[in-house]
Structures are given as structure tokens and as C-alpha cells.
Design a protein around this ligand. Structure first.
Ligand code: HEC
Length: 190
């Protein structure tokens, strides 16, 4: 084998390598892999709250009447500090950004004299029931579209129950709270 023959062999090998490289690049361009934004598999695990043993439907939206039984006026008064930027709670208290809330449970919606309510709330009609207040303070904008109450809402059901028990106490003549047993016929899906 002379050196010319060797050069031909080495040249052929080099050519083959270049060819493979070219095919590899071309294949990479054609079959570009899609890289997922989040590495790994998505595994759908139902959310578990602390205490895990609770029934799933209770975890989602426990009926408010059930929570009222274990609610606490003083905890509610404390939580209602979140409302005080916009509401007074004392009898005859002046309106701030929102209307005075003395005796709001059972009073007609949008009924504080002189307060400029939104068209959305005025359109609701009826009295403020415990269910209505519960829904309203869960997410005001969803419960009353067009409301002026720019408040994110209270996601925690037990905290809402505390606040409702507190609101219910703000009356010369507080109405008895509904019991869970009586509530089954009146409670609707949210
Ligand atoms: C950022 C200010 C703001 C905060 C905070 C706020 N509200 Fe309000 N709230 C309003 C305004 C404004 C209205 C009048 C809404 C309308 O006209 O649509 C209102 C209306 C209400 C009404 C209806 C009263 C009526 O006379 O019909 C209730 C009940 C109420 N708020 C409860 C609460 C509770 C409970 C909290 C605290 C958990 C709270 N709000 C926090 C501003 C606020």
C-alpha cells in the first residue's frame, strides 16, 4: 500500500464522517424535539387539606350553616378588621368607602340611606341572608357583578363563618342562626 492509497482510504473515512455529521444536523433540524416548559410528568393528585380524612365534598364548600355552629364572634370581630378600612360596624356609624354594616343581616340590600350603591348591587334586590353574605364576601365581584366593593374576598370558609356570626350579632335583636339540620332544604349549590 503506498501513501497515495492510504490518503484515499483516510479521505473516504473523513468523507463518511462529514456525511454522517451533515445527516445528523439535518435530522435534528427536521425532528426538532419539543422541550416541555416543566420537566417531568404531570401527575394529577387531588388536593389534600390538612387532616386528610375529611370527605371530598366537605373540602370544597362546606355548607355555611355547618360552619356557623363552630364559629366564634370574637374571632369574627378580629377578622372583620379587614373590612374596617371601608366599613363601620357601630349602630348609626357613618359610611366610609362602604356603607355602615350595623344590622346588615336581614336588612334589604343596598338600603343605607344616602349611600351611593353600585347599579349591580341595587339590581340584586331582596334582603341580605346569611347565604348571600357568605357568597358576597367569598368573592364580591363574582357574587355581585359590577359591585363597588373592591375587596378580594375571604377564601377560608371558617373565617367567613366567624365574620357572619359577628355581623349577625350587630343588632338590637339578633336573629337565631340557622342550624345545619334545617339548612339542608334551603342550601343551594353555590
Ligand atoms: C375596599 C373597601 C371595602 C372592603 C375592604 C370591604 N368592603 Fe364591603 N362594601 C364596600 C363597598 C364600596 C360596598 C358597596 C358595594 C356596592 O354598592 O356595590 C360594600 C358593601 C358591602 C355589603 C352590602 C351592604 C348593603 O348595605 O347592602 C356588605 C354586607 C359588605 N360590604 C360586607 C363586607 C365585609 C364583611 C367585609 C370584610 C370581610 C367588607 N365588606 C370589606 C367596600 C368594602
Amino acid at each position: 500500500m503506498d501513501s497515495f492509497e492510504l490518503n484515499k482510504i483516510l479521505g473516504a473515512i473523513l468523507g463518511t464522517c462529514l456525511g454522517i455529521l451533515a445527516i445528523n444536523i439535518a435530522a435534528g433540524a427536521i425532528f426538532a424535539p419539543t422541550i416541555p416548559a416543566k420537566p417531568g410528568y404531570e401527575i394529577a393528585v387531588p388536593e389534600q387539606k390538612e387532616g386528610g380524612a375529611a370527605k371530598p365534598e366537605e373540602e370544597k364548600q362546606p355548607p355555611i350553616e355547618q360552619l356557623l355552629a363552630s364559629a366564634d364572634v370574637h374571632r369574627g370581630e378580629n377578622s372583620a378588621k379587614k373590612c374596617q378600612a371601608c366599613h363601620t360596624f357601630n349602630k348609626g356609624g357613618r359610611p366610609l368607602v362602604g356603607p355602615n354594616l350595623w344590622g346588615v343581616v336581614g336588612r334589604p340590600k343596598a338600603s343605607q340611606p344616602g349611600f351611593n350603591y353600585s347599579a349591580g348591587l341595587k339590581a340584586k334586590g331582596g334582603n341580605w341572608t346569611i347565604d348571600d353574605i357568605n357568597q358576597f364576601i367569598t368573592n364580591p365581584k363574582v357574587a355581585v357583578p359590577g359591585t363597588n366593593m373592591t375587596f378580594a374576598g375571604i377564601p377560608k370558609p371558617s373565617e367567613r363563618a366567624d365574620i357572619i356570626v359577628y355581623l349577625n350579632s350587630l343588632s338590637d335583636n339578633p336573629a337565631p342562626l340557622p342550624k345545619a339540620a334545617e339548612a339542608t332544604d334551603t342550601s343551594k349549590s353555590q
